[in-house]
Design a protein around this ligand. Sequence first.
Ligand code: MN
Length: 246
Amino acid sequence: MKSSNQNRRQFLTKTGKAGIALAAMPLISKIAPAMASEASAYQQQPLPYAYTALEPYIDALTMEIHYTKHAATYAKNLADACIAEKVDTANTSLVSLLNSISKYSPKMRNNAGGHYNHELFWQLMKPAPSVAPTGALAEAINKTFGSFADFQKAFSEAAKTRFGSGWAWLLVKKDGSLAVSSTPNQDNPLMDIAEVQGTPLLGLDVWEHAYYLKYQNKRPDYINNWWNLVNWEFVQNRYAIAIKSK
Ligand code: MN
């Protein structure tokens, strides 16, 4: 894995003099954004809100442990797997890696999925969001599921009935249509081994680590409360991008 930091370290080693390295900083910062475009997707990004922000639906301690322990570990193990399996993260998008995940080890599958899924999960929640989608996504949901309430019912059912650990999804399939699915473990619809493949718009983590401290065995209560956190503007934006690329 070649991060901009590693490049900078290599540069420092080559020049040997910190003063020269500092003089060269503008050049490095010009190069860095292009390289960061792929590589940064492999790294854990800052949580877009405080641990307390999603209270009372998701408690602060769950958020903190989920982000700093579980999700951070997926990111670290993904980095290790990329080194072991010689993935050039500066030039390989995380999405394209997931699209061909069958070529890699179970460790890569679990941690590339785990990292991608959590990075998406943090972004698609926010405190006090709008209650429902609007525009093209709302129209597509109505067309596919009958109504927003029917969609919520189908998605919640997928989340409730996923046996053991996994995720529920709203996705855009390759033909541009919407679907609800669920995946085991840290799999996701981008993977070439997924039953229903496409671009995930919305995902719900139903691993016990996501809810057990507050909800214990009551997964359905967690799911019902989670709808109060969905950042529909973000989901709508993902839909627009997904449809554009069809
Ligand atoms: Mn999780």
